[in-house]
Ligand binder design. Structure first.
Ligand code: NAD
Ligand code: IPM
Ligand code: MN
Length: 353
């Protein structure tokens, strides 16, 4: 028998703690051979002892764990957001988790704000570059506080970084089917190369080059502004979308809206050869934290995504089926039309695995 997979749980702040508690219930009840360990990294720890990431924290995660499940980071008591930057962006950057994979799926037609869109119509994935772009936070401020103040925020795009994420998207397209079993066939690269010509030019050239290695896959392009409009007008047309860090961030909140809201969206931060990190797309939602109303389904679907990544596909499928059943039977939180609390949704799904 293969060894139990080791999973680090970083619930973080706000509703992150609540949704990870429910996802953990499923991990423990789904029959997967796993061991979990909890870490208290987050705002409360930072406020108590000033530590965001303990010494060698990332090396420890990489060495001792097969995957990491994260809630969310962000707390009004830490207005600089320094802990979120060091922990969350720290994992993405320092552990080199370069592919942020954000599937966009609809569990029930009733969840989509668009007319006439069925689950079969919404089944695409956004592959977001996760280690470069404006998120590098390079730049500076000069003459701060004066009328002459200058703020520079640099957009860093490396040939290697752009190439590996575009290649990841084509490989993903090649290896993954749609939910109905049909093959994926198209990769669409989205940028703003009409205005940001230096970075956009690199993305355009690399995309053309890499696409030649995948003649069976249709390579397409759309400017990111037009893509926003098309995503709302007709999301049926999308298959695999690849884009930079910031555009990917924005597009996936829009796409979460199509899935029923931020409470439904899952994601993985992946390096194919390293310990990868999985987190719901939503944040810590301070105004609703501690009220037992946060939707735990994004975190639950994220835990299934993590199990799939670890090869525990049968257990992942059990979680996905049970979440789908909860949606069908309206055993959900208020944000998607149900009447249950966070913990009650967790209990219901756990008992229907
Ligand atoms: P948010 O995702 O926390 O909330 C946006 C809106 O969606 C709010 O109305 C919120 O109530 C709702 N929402 C989010 N998740 C929900 C859920 N599971 N169930 C029901 N409703 C849900 O984004 P925000 O308000 O922009 O940010 C709040 C904090 O979270 C900030 O500190 C931000 O930096 C941080 N954040 C962290 C992550 C992360 O750690 N991965 C992601 C996004 C935002
Ligand atoms: C996300 C979040 C983060 C991001 C924030 C918290 C830095 O919005 O995971 O989508 O912008 O990547
Ligand atoms: Mn975001």
């Amino acid at each position: 028998m293969s060894q139990a997979k080791r999973i680090a749980l970083l619930a973080g702040d706000g509703i992150g703690r609540e949704v990870i508690a429910e996802a953990s219930k499923l991990l423990n009840a789904c029959g997967a051979a796993i061991e979990t360990a909890e870490f208290d990294w987050g705002a409360a720890r930072y406020l108590a002892d000033g530590v965001t990431v303990p010494a060698d924290g990332f090396a420890m995660l990489e060495r001792d764990f097969d995957a990491i499940l994260v809630g969310a980071f962000g707390d009004p008591r830490v207005p600089t957001n320094i802990h979120a930057k060091e922990i969350l962006l720290g994992m993405r950057f320092k552990m080199d988790l370069y592919a942020n994979v954000r599937p966009v799926r609809l569990l029930d037609a009733g969840l989509c704000p668009l007319k006439g869109i069925e689950p079969k119509d919404l089944d695409f994935v956004v592959i977001r570059e996760n280690t470069e772009g404006v998120y590098v936070d390079a730049g500076g401020v000069f003459k701060q506080g004066t009328d002459d103040e200058v703020a520079v925020q640099e957009d860093i795009n490396t040939r290697k970084g752009v190439e590996r994420i575009i290649r990841y998207a084509f490989d993903y397209c090649e290896k993954h089917t749609k939910l109905d079993g049909s093959p994926r066939k198209r990769v669409l690269m989205s940028d703003k190369s009409n205005a940001m010509t230096h970075a956009g030019g690199l993305w355009q050239r690399v995309f053309k080059e890499v696409s030649r290695d995948y003649p069976q896959i249709k390579a397409e392009h759309m400017y990111v502004d037009a893509l926003c409009m098309q995503m709302v007008k007709d999301p049926r047309q999308f298959d695999v979308i690849v884009t930079n860090n910031m555009f990917g961030d924005i597009l996936t909140d829009l796409a979460a809206g199509l899935q029923g809201g931020l409470g439904m969206a899952a994601s993985g931060n992946i390096h194919p050869k390293k310990t990868s990190m999985f987190e719901p797309v939503h944040g810590s939602a301070p105004p609703i934290a501690g009220k037992n109303i946060a939707n735990p389904m994004g975190a639950m679907l994220t835990s299934a995504m993590m199990l799939n990544h670890l090869g525990l596909t049968a257990e992942a499928a059990r979680i996905e089926r049970a979440v789908l059943e909860a949606v069908r039977q309206k055993k959900t939180t208020q944000d998607i039309g149900g009447a249950l609390g966070t913990t009650e949704v967790g209990d219901w799904v756990a008992s229907h695995l």
